[in-house]
Design a protein around this ligand. Structure first.
Ligand code: BJ8
Length: 425
């Protein structure tokens, strides 16, 4: 029996007609792209269920938790430390921004040549279609790229619960001090929101929950390195996307259960590919739900994606937080250490990102790298050429793709990706 969530959506203030349209598009895309795949691991059943209930059961869990006094904090960037959110017993949800919505309205507030991710975040707000955003007691924006920075100024006028975190652009001693000051300011804001005070035990517990999620994702990433890929890139991307809004313990258990199954697949030589399938690493801008456009094209062109160098992927979830300190200051320092290693293109210089791409390509036995950039994203577009030069100097073929969330360039992308896949064979 399916549950009718309409009263809940209405109470959250969603525009029901627009929301129905969004769910219709999401369901159609999911059916076409995901459910048409062959030989999927049975452990993906859990993730299929999460998607089928993405605006239903998970949102109900948040609404029920709020009724019991818990708070919900939404975030747009992997720099916002979930460990601190969990330490005040709040729920941390990533706000996905992976589909075009209400673009005509958005372009009344933002220039047309703004990246799709920023426009999507604004469109979801203007059209009132995101239950996570409407559920959130506090929404955290961050000063990363110029587009996001300026968009939060506009969004701040539309929302009374937007909190903006400043971030360094340089990984210097001063940059580290700024990040620490901002994490302490976020800690205070989270404490004020919830009325809870973070102590060493609470922060250690938050660190442990998030470290466990990251360890499970590292296990999944390593299993994809096998010569006989036990899981498609699309399915692995889905787990990376759900990382941001599922219950952390249930998510970790589900990824570990999936990995147990994948280990058996590897032992038994069960694969989603054959020995000649080209292996591709995707690198660049984050792919938020339901942005499956490029991976669907790549895998329907006869290649398999073996890793994502992306914030919805390894850039976002690698590296654990050292929880050995016995005081709050030491634990905050450990958080700063871990987060400052994120090699987002907003940093200058950012050469460690190229090193990371090379390491990932080698570990995953990639035959080629697709550099994926959203149109009008200057930080990632600017890094494309030096990275291409370095990778090609090591003999690794690369392809540059600049696109957005529309379907208009599908044919052209398909042709270019197919040609690249042929080259790798
Ligand atoms: S840590 S990648 S999640 S900022 S695509 S909005 S950069 S113009 S998303 Fe990001 Fe945090 Fe960095 Fe990761 Fe700007 Fe580019 Fe748009 Fe982007």
């Amino acid at each position: 029996m399916t549950t009718d969530y309409t009263p809940m959506w209405k109470d959250l203030g969603l525009d029901l007609t627009a929301h129905d349209a969004l769910l219709g598009v999401l369901g159609q895309a999911y059916g076409d792209i995901y459910q048409s795949q062959k030989n999927r691991p049975s452990g993906m059943g859990y993730f299929d269920f999460v998607v089928s209930e993405v605006h239903g059961l998970r949102v109900k869990e948040l609404v029920d938790a709020k009724a019991k006094g818990r708070k919900v904090i939404g975030s747009y960037c992997v720099f916002v430390p979930e460990e601190i959110t969990l330490a005040v017993e709040a729920i941390h949800v990533g706000l996905c921004s992976g589909a075009d919505f209400a673009m005509d309205e958005v372009e009344k507030y933002l220039p047309r040549n703004t990246c799709a991710l920023i426009k999507s975040a604004m469109g979801f707000k203007l059209a009132k279609v995101c239950p996570y955003l409407e559920c959130a007691d506090m929404v955290v924006g961050e000063n990363t790229c110029d587009g996001k920075k300026k968009a939060y100024e506009v969004m701040g006028a539309m929302m009374d619960n937007l909190y903006v975190m400043d971030l360094p652009q340089v990984k210097s001693a001063e940059g580290k001090a700024l990040l620490k000051a901002e994490f302490l300011r976020y800690k205070e804001a989270a404490e004020t929101l919830t009325g809870k005070t973070i102590d060493v035990a609470a922060l250690k517990q938050g660190i442990s929950l998030v470290n466990n999620k990251r360890k499970a994702m590292a296990r999944l990433a390593a299993l994809r390195h096998n010569a006989n890929a036990p899981i498609s890139g699309l399915d692995a991307l889905l787990a990376n996307q759900i990382f941001f809004f599922d219950d952390p313990v249930r998510f970790t258990d589900s990824v570990n259960a999936l990995c147990d199954e994948l280990e058996k697949r590897v032992e038994q030589n069960v694969s989603v590919t054959d020995a000649n399938t080209p292996r591709i690493l995707i690198s660049g801008c984050p792919m938020a739900v339901p942005n499956w456009k490029l991976p669907a094209i790549v895998e329907s062109s006869g290649a398999v994606i073996v890793g994502e160098e992306s914030c919805v992927g390894e850039r976002g979830c690698r590296n654990l937080v050292d929880d050995s300190a016995d005081d709050l200051d030491g634990l905050i320092d450990a958080l700063v250490e871990r987060y400052l290693a994120i090699d987002c293109a907003i940093f200058t210089p950012n050469t460690e990102r190229t090193d990371h791409i090379k390491e990932m390509a080698q570990a995953s036995k990639a035959d080629g790298v697709i550099q994926y950039t959203l149109n009008f994203c200057q930080p990632y577009a600017m890094e494309t050429m030096p990275i291409e030069n370095e990778l090609e100097a090591t003999g690794l073929p690369t392809l540059r793709i600049e696109t957005d969330y529309s379907q208009e360039d599908m044919g052209q992308l398909q042709t270019r990706v197919e040609a690249f896949v042929e080259l790798l064979k």
